[in-house]
Design a binder for this molecule. Structure first.
Ligand SMILES: Cc1ncc(COP(=O)(O)O)c(C=O)c1O
Length: 362
């Protein structure tokens, strides 16, 4: 399988898998127990906390472990307390649905490149605004947002697509809350973290024991957390040249292909391209039959008949959104794989366009 869907999830790195297996097999204590077995588990958790803090440029005590990005986003939004929330039209459902469930929220639009205008955020603020949530990098287009903090209002950023892939320093970003998840940077699924700036009051959403400084009850996922730490300690993937080879190859070889968010600062692993006259889902299936994994957008919405809410928020028509494909490169991809992808893609697009009743350039 040639895997070009790293924004959906990434393969676990061998050194991370080794930590996961070793801790799962051997470290069975409860980190809250005072005996030696407990203390050994506690050490694993605290080592990982330091590794994650190092990745994000913060203090270990500012890290709260969660079950992943979705929980981190929900903890940020609900934990901030009651009040108006401002967010954006291109957020992941973990933020958008949480903000709507939380209550009163304003959703600001984006430009045709998928960028949020900080002035639009400012104009949406109200005296009762409690939290602004703007994602750092978009999962479908890779567009990187400018984050602006407003006095007296908490700033949350969903950094799930950015952390472990590009340099992130939460102090420089000026955020109060920042979500990450291990499985987007070669760690296991089901474990993540929320950065909570020292001094920010955050209420728990899970009630129970006094774990994680009373911010997240429940016995820690020790092996998962240790593996998250190990993934955080990996060098950042160096994939820009591969992504550029892929994108430039597509544009050179396939006519009527347009890069979405081309004018935005973008993650160096992501290329979202629309192929006129094609059903994205058909192309996904054609590539899958050839052993290549790509997607039409967010993993959680593929298979859905609805066009991407991110692309339509950028002003694409539903038809344009549905002919868009997301290629996301990861640390284990090679030039040869990119070249195989390009050969297969060129043929598949040509074949599907021949059959397409809506392709007008034939
Ligand atoms: C931008 C973004 N936020 C949140 C999530 C949810 O993270 P998780 O799958 O760890 O719950 C994802 C990915 O699935 C994502 O891409």
């Amino acid at each position: 399988m040639l895997y070009f869907d790293n924004n959906a999830t990434t393969p676990i790195a061998p050194e991370v898998l080794a930590v996961l297996q070793q801790v799962q097999a051997e470290v069975y204590g409860n980190p809250s127990s005072i005996h030696r077995a407990g203390q050994e588990a506690r050490r694993c958790v605290e080592t990982a906390r330091a590794q994650v803090a190092q990745l994000l440029g913060c203090d270990p005590k500012e890290i709260v472990f969660t079950s992943g990005g979705t929980e981190a986003d929900n903890l940020a939004i609900f934990g901030a307390g009651p009040g108006h929330v401002v967010t954006t039209a291109i957020e992941h459902p973990a933020v958008l649905a949480a903000a709507h469930a939380h209550g009163d929220c304003t959703v600001v639009p984006v430009s045709s490149d998928g960028l949020v205008d900080p002035d639009d955020i400012r104009r949406a603020l109200r005296p009762d605004t409690r939290l602004v949530s703007v994602m750092h990098a978009n999962n479908e287009t890779g567009a990187i947002q400018t984050l602006t903090r407003h006095e007296g209002i908490l700033l949350h950023s969903d950094g799930v697509q950015a952390a472990g892939r590009m340099p992130v320093n939460v102090r420089e970003l000026g955020v109060d809350l920042y979500s990450i998840t291990a499985h987007k940077f070669n760690g296991p699924k089901g474990v993540g973290a929320l950065y909570v700036r020292d001094g920010v009051k955050l209420a728990p959403i899970l009630h129970g024991g006094r774990h994680e400084r009373e911010r997240r009850a429940g016995t820690e996922n020790v092996a998962g957390i240790a593996a998250l730490g190990a993934a955080a300690a990996l060098p950042l993937p160096n994939v820009k040249a591969l992504r550029d080879r892929l994108e430039q190859g597509v544009l050179a070889r396939i006519p009527h292909a347009i890069v979405n968010s081309a004018g935005a600062p973008r993650m160096n692993n992501t290329s979202n391209i629309r192929f006129e006259g094609i059903e994205g889902e058909s192309l996904v299936i054609a590539l899958d039959l050839a052993g290549i994994a790509v997607s039409t957008g967010a993993a959680c919405s593929s298979g859905a008949v609805h066009p991407s809410h991110v692309l339509t928020a950028m002003g694409l028509t539903p038809a344009q959104a549905k002919c868009s494909m997301r290629f996301s490169v990861g640390r284990f991809n090679t030039e040869q794989q990119v070249d195989t992808l390009l050969d297969t893609l060129e043929k598949a697009v040509a074949r599907l366009r021949k059959l397409s009743p809506v392709y007008t350039h034939a």
